[in-house]
Design a protein around this ligand. Structure first.
Ligand code: RB5
Length: 149
């Protein structure tokens, strides 16, 4: 299941992406926001990330104006690897190489068509593992304060 959320700046794109997820039969949990009233992006980023770290959802999608605030907030949560993607190549490789578990999108950067293609790649591309697993483990070690690289 995918945890999806946005601030007010990403609300309309989130709603369009929910429709796409419905169309392709992918289950999601909508962590808000639920209208275009102003809401701080960190509030929603925390909700989506908590859903992932609790094991309720295995991936997340966060949408704000640029995707950047959401990614900064999400990457403060232990166990979260959030990637802002504005192109298909990045979406594919952040799954293959970084095992990203949160995709961040900028609603003021990408249109619905591109965002939908990015989401499809993000959902359908597996982690490659191998040498990339070592590198992802190094990210976790930095987070834990045990990195000795
Ligand atoms: C809200 O105006 C905007 O700052 C937010 O959506 C996001 O772009 C922050 O990174």
């Amino acid at each position: 299941m995918i945890a999806i959320g946005s601030d007010h700046g990403g609300y309309e794109l989130k709603e369009a992406l929910k429709k796409h997820l419905d169309d392709i039969g992918v289950a999601y949990e909508d962590c808000g926001c639920y209208d275009t009233n102003s809401i701080d992006y960190a509030v929603i980023a925390k909700k989506v990330c908590d859903s992932i770290t609790a094991g309720k959802c295995d991936k997340g999608i966060l949408v704000c104006g640029t995707g950047i605030g959401m990614s900064m907030a999400a990457n403060k949560v232990k166990g979260i690897r959030a990637a802002v993607c504005g192109d298909c190549f990045s979406a594919k490789f952040t799954r293959l190489h970084n095992d990203a578990n949160v995709l961040c999108l900028g609603a003021r950067v990408v249109g619905v068509g591109l965002a939908t293609e990015i989401v499809d790649l993000y959902i359908n591309t597996p982690f490659e593992g191998g040498r990339h697993a070592r590198r992802v483990a190094q990210i976790a070690a930095i987070e834990d304060g045990t990195f000795e690289g």
